[in-house]
Write a protein that binds this ligand. Structure first.
Ligand code: SAH
Length: 255
């Protein structure tokens, strides 16, 4: 039987957002290493590095030593083509909620082509809406509905375990169907979209409401290919050009 490819696990980032307790960072590193994961990204950890983190990591201090500290979630997701938010709470705005085994399959299949991320929230507040808006789907661990909030490192363990089981079970993964755009490319598209909608006076910056958030979820439901992002940006540029021409004609045309 073909052995599973270690490159797939190396392409999976475990991202911990705004972690309060350094002990949880260490325990998460240990959970990862027991399952063969190594890419830990910390977004604005409250305290890190720290002796409690080292103590809880036990034999996984190497994962901590290689952990990357980022100032924003966008930075931690740079270069990835898929990010799934891991959350106990199911938000009504999200299109897709995956079980851990479903998430493992998605993540491993995508990891063949590019880096991917699982994003875990803060111990008290979970993931913020802004953090969730950078993710393309949610993963929820079906726990006791009367008490569904696992310890952060325990949640990392559940997902890491599922990843390893899927990885061991299916050594060969089908190639992803599309050449998925990188998330930073998609973020630039959203900036372009917002600018254009403002210029077209469809979006009022004085009272933007949740328009941009809703549009983000709309595009998250379809996996955008790089070529599709290029087409969409071309359409935006054409719309901007037409609007500017119309404005110029109105300002300088015959009175
Ligand atoms: N009170 C927070 C829970 C935070 S627990 C909230 O309401 O969201 C810290 C992190 O562990 C969460 O952000 C999530 O990433 C993960 N987690 C805990 N329980 C989970 C569950 N049942 N399903 C998925 N993720 C969970």
């Amino acid at each position: 039987m073909t052995p599973a490819d270690p490159k797939l696990l190396a392409n999976i980032r475990i991202v911990l957002a705004r972690t309060s307790h350094p002990g949880n960072i260490g325990a998460a590193a240990r959970a990862m290493k027991t399952m063969g994961l190594s890419q830990l990204m910390l977004v604005q950890p409250h305290i890190f590095p720290n002796s409690q983190a080292d103590a809880m990591a036990a034999g996984a201090t190497d994962v901590l030593a290689h952990a990357r500290v980022c100032s924003t979630l966008a930075e931690a997701l740079e270069g990835t083509s898929l990010a799934l938010g891991v959350s106990a709470r199911q938000r009504d705005i999200v299109a897709e909620v995956l079980t851990p085994p479903q998430a493992a399959t998605r993540v491993l299949s995508e990891a063949q082509a590019s880096p991917v991320a699982l994003v875990f929230g803060n111990e008290t507040n979970g993931l913020s809406n802004e953090e969730l808006s950078l993710c393309q789907g949610l993963v929820s661990i079906a726990a006791n509905p009367a008490y569904s909030s696992l310890n952060l490192a325990a949640a990392v363990q559940v997902l890491s375990y599922e990843l390893r089981q899927a990885w061991l079970q299916y050594p060969v993964w089908p190639q992803p169907e599309i050449d998925a755009a990188k998330l930073d490319e998609i973020e630039r598209f959203y900036v372009h979209l917002e600018t254009t909608l403002t210029e077209l006076e469809f979006l009022n910056q004085g009272s933007p409401g949740k328009l941009m958030l809703k549009l983000r979820w709309l595009f998250s439901r379809t996996r955008l290919a790089q070529e599709e992002v290029n087409i969409l940006r071309g359409i935006l540029t054409a719309a901007q050009g037409a609007k500017r021409q119309a404005n110029a004609a109105r300002n300088h045309g015959p009175q």
